[in-house]
Design a protein around this ligand. Structure first.
Ligand code: NA7
Length: 859
């Protein structure tokens, strides 16, 4: 039997929570030879599975996957009886695990940690419990669960009700018999949806109060799927490894079918298969783009609504049960057994709180705006203060008296979801900023526990006593977590992922949505880079390699990975024609481009023959300002098609006419042909603005990459020639100089599409070395006085970044107005990948705003 902690006790580690994570943490720490005390407020192990005993409580990740994998022997000794095990079976399993490894000896039950204060002198945490015990420890680990702190009741009059009151999250151990009772259930999240069909079996009357209809798919529970069991039996290690390196912690075959392009029959077939599979990751993966693309998401959502309508007989009830206010998956979808069917029973009624909100709980029931209901029992299935609730429930104070709740007042801030700056040796298992609730928790828990245990082992080996993230590493990770969330539809929903279910909680996307595998790799990379972003101290001094582990936009790295998989030859090893063909083939696979008002192709005169152009007119009534646009491609590649998506995007966003001009290319027409054509195109467009539907006198130039180069040159030449007047120059990642020794070449010259060898290849085709200092080739070397306002866009991972910045500096020094747009986490090409790289959209919105502001009529 365990011994209660004494005031004088010192432990290496204190762990809060004896659920899935606390038990495994204890196991690992013990094996490191550390002294550990685990506290849990419950009377037994189990964590969430100890408390959530409501009827129908089951996991909704296949139980073969929702299980410990750290010990193959343990796996041999336990067989799950169903595809989705019940709460009692999972609790039995956790008890079995606790007994098998003798874990209870170090767990103090019915005891909560009340406070944890860091003592800088002692380099230890000082812990107090709700039983008044005080103790000290080197490491303080919260394994307190993501969905363990019930949300406080936020309904008027709850204390008045004289009947029985139950909470799904704190269900009586002896069970509840609702036979013959009039029962109310408030809440239709996973808990409500699981409990309602079973409560309906007993109650004489069941009334469900629904605030938000939820997406739910049938679990099709039964024996564990044979395919999964066979794969597991054949090669357990391979199977578990596949889970660890999967997007969600369950091995799945990822799809590359996009909802936006799939035929109706393919879409239907994929959906029906997922519906039959009865698995969250199947229905969440009908299309590769359903989490990020509203249209694709809408296809899946509508098919689920069709199913609901086909199950529920009463059309009004069916309608009320159909979710329409959030994208599918942006609130936690549910797996159910007979949930929607339950509403066909004569004694079950749905009350739609959107139509008739609860005004108050009364002594004998619930009053809504329209009706008074009498009940014998009310069941609250109203959810949790997710992800931060349990951590914030303890008074955690770090260095210099900084309290965790103060630090997190505007939302949690963590490094890897594992630690937070200012709180040395304080670890969170599946904390905010880690995949946690978006993944199979069992896999994510094991990964976190293993990371922490390995970290403590490394610290001991290397003689360190404390570890703590740096502010730089932490803010970098927070940014990355936000970037990952921002490209998805998640931030649009009032979900508990966003903290939106708890009144007053900051609205922040709490988990990390980059995926389990990507996340694991980031954690491993941090360790491999000598604990990048962590400061470790010990008697022998401190060590800290400061930095940010992931600076690139998540979708940009995904595109780079996909491109690497294609194994294309480096462009500079090809001939110009071969390179052009390769670019053309890539363009053919692009998603549909944005709609504009009108597109017309034409010819304009150039110095050596006609130049093809494509005009994009916005949908709004003209006339509009005009932008002469020059495509990218190193003066060698590119044409009107290559930059078509970008031109459309700029046209619609900036509400301007875009005239995209195809200038002459190298090696067929070398320097200064492209620059000459650009200036000619500017002159012709300016003098024909009215015919083109433009506003005379309101003409700007724009260009990307080499197009930015000739756009900048055209501005200098217009100034020298005394016209035309240019309203502004938009230079997107422009080539401004032929000097390739700037630091951005060293940093980004390899691995980000535009490479140093490729830039050499472009220059070699375009201009003789003797010409490369000519301001018509290297505008940075020209006279920059009297030039129009500029917007200069530079991307972090671009070899051309520094010459873009140098041009912005030089323009500013010469008195030009300059707006700088930093494409944070982008490469030379990624901002232009309209419809592919979602994180480019806000950057293009900023660019379009700058473009619009060149013109006097701009708002
Ligand atoms: P959830 O998913 O947060 O569901 C709570 C439900 O209670 C949800 O339908 C809420 O509506 C509803 N709710 C909450 N407060 C109120 C008030 N004041 N009035 C009416 N209705 C209310 O919690 P669960 O316990 O079901 O599931 C938690 C997770 O556990 C689950 O996602 C799985 O991961 C396991 P709302 O949607 O906020 O309008």
């Amino acid at each position: 039997m365990n011994k209660p902690a004494e005031a004088t006790d010192r432990f290496d580690a204190v762990v809060v929570g004896a659920g899935f994570s606390g038990l495994y943490m204890l196991y690992r720490l013990r094996r490191l030879g550390l002294s550990v005390k685990v506290f849990d407020s419950a009377d037994d192990v189990g964590g969430t599975w100890y408390w959530n005993r409501y009827p129908g409580a089951r996991c909704d990740i296949p139980t073969t996957d929702y299980t410990y994998s750290f010990d193959p022997e343990l796996e041999k000794e336990w067989t799950w009886s169903e595809k989705y095990a019940t709460q009692p079976e999972i609790l039995d399993y956790l008890r079995f695990v606790a007994d098998r490894y003798g874990l209870r000896a170090d767990i103090e039950f019915a005891t909560s940690v009340a406070s944890a204060h860091w003592d800088e002198q002692e380099r230890r945490w000082s812990i107090t419990t709700d039983r008044g015990t005080r103790l000290r420890c080197r490491y303080y680990i919260m394994a307190s669960g993501c969905l363990s702190m019930p949300k406080s009741l936020d309904i008027k009059g709850t204390e008045r009700f004289a009947g029985e009151v139950y909470f799904t999250s704190r269900w009586p151990h002896e069970g509840v018999d609702f036979t013959g009772q009039r029962v109310a259930v408030i809440g239709t999240g996973s808990s409500g949806i699981q409990a309602i069909p079973l409560i309906a079996r007993q109650a004489s009357q069941l009334t469900v109060f629904q605030r938000t209809p939820n997406f739910s798919v049938p679990a099709h529970n039964g024996p564990a799927p044979a395919g999964r069991l066979t794969r597991l039996a054949q090669d357990r290690d391979e199977y578990r490894d596949a889970a660890r390196w999967s997007p969600g912690g369950v091995p799945v075959e990822p799809t590359d079918v996009l909802g936006v392009t799939a035929s109706e029959s393919v879409a239907r077939e994929r959906f029906e298969d997922a519906w039959k599979a009865g698995q969250l990751f199947s229905i969440l993966g009908v299309f590769a783009d359903q989490g990020v693309n509203p249209k694709s998401n809408g296809i899946v959502a509508e098919m689920i609504r069709e199913k609901i309508r086909s199950i529920v007989h009463d059309p009004r009830t069916a309608d009320a049960l159909c979710p329409t206010d959030h994208y599918f998956g942006t609130k936690r979808p549910c797996l159910d057994t007979g949930y929607f069917e339950t509403y066909n029973l004569p004694h079950v009624r749905l009350v739609d709180l959107r139509r008739q909100p609860i005004t108050s709980i009364t002594e004998d029931g619930i009053d809504t705006a329209d009706e008074s209901f009498g009940f014998d029992a009310i069941v609250y299935a109203t959810g949790f203060d997710a992800m931060t609730g349990a951590v914030a429930a303890v008074d955690v104070t770090g260095r210099d008296g900084l309290s965790l709740t103060e630090k997190w007042a505007a939302g949690p801030s963590t490094y890897l979801g594992l630690m937070t700056a200012g709180f040395p040796n304080f670890f969170m298992i599946t904390g905010p900023g880690s995949p946690s609730v978006l993944s199979n928790m069992a896999v994510s828990i094991e990964q976190h526990v293993d990371w922490v245990a390995d970290c403590l082992k490394d610290m001991r080996t290397e003689g360190f006593e404390t570890i703590e993230p740096t502010p730089l590493a932490e803010s970098g990770w927070d940014q990355h977590v936000r970037d990952c969330g921002a490209i998805t539809l998640h931030p649009t929903a009032n979900s508990w992922y966003m903290g939106a279910n708890v009144p007053g909680k900051p609205r922040v996307f709490l988990p990390y949505i980059g995926g389990v595998a990507v996340y694991r790799q980031a954690c491993d990379d941090v360790v491999a880079r000598d604990y990048l972003g962590f400061r470790r101290t010990g008697p022998g001094g401190e060590r800290c390699l400061d930095g940010v582990i992931r600076r690139m936009q998540p979708d940009v790295s995904l595109v780079l990975q996909l491109m690497a998989k294609l194994g294309l030859p480096p462009m500079e090893t090809l001939s110009a024609d071969e390179a052009r063909a390769m670019m053309g083939a890539a363009a053919a696979t692009r998603p549909p481009s944005p709609e504009v008002g009108e597109v017309t192709d034409g010819l304009m005169p150039g110095p050596a023959g006609d130049l093809p152009y494509r005009l994009y007119r916005p949908p709004s009534a003209g006339p509009h300002p005009v932008v002469v646009y020059f495509h990218g491609g190193g003066w060698v590649l590119g044409d009107l098609d290559s930059d078509d998506p970008l031109c459309r995007d700029l046209c619609v966003r900036s509400d301007t006419v875009i005239v995209s001009v195809n200038y002459r290319h190298s090696p067929e027409a070398r320097f200064p042909a492209a620059a000459d054509d650009a200036f000619a195109a500017l002159r012709w467009t300016a003098s024909h603005a009215a015919e083109l539907g433009g506003i005379p006198g309101q003409v700007a130039v724009a260009g990307w990459s080499a197009g930015g180069n000739i756009a900048a040159v055209a501005c200098q030449r217009a100034r020298d020639a005394g016209g035309p007047r240019v309203s502004g120059q938009l230079l997107i990642s422009p080539v401004t100089d032929s000097d390739m020794t700037r630091p951005s070449y060293a940093e980004n010259g390899d691995g980000y599409v535009l490479t140093t060898p490729l830039m050499h290849w472009f220059w070699d085709y375009y201009a003789d070395p003797a010409d490369r200092g000519d301001p018509r080739a290297a505008p940075l070397r020209g006279n920059l006085d009297g030039l129009p306002p500029a917007c200069v866009v530079t991307a972090d991972f671009d070899p051309l970044r520094d010459e873009g910045l140098a041009y912005a500096d030089a323009l500013e020094a010469s008195g030009a107005q300059v707006r700088r747009v930093r494409a944070r986490g982008h490469t030379h090409t990624s901002v232009t990948m309209v419809g592919v790289v979602i994180s480019g959209a806000p950057v293009r919105a900023e660019i379009a705003e700058a473009l619009r502001n060149f013109f006097p009529s701009a708002p």
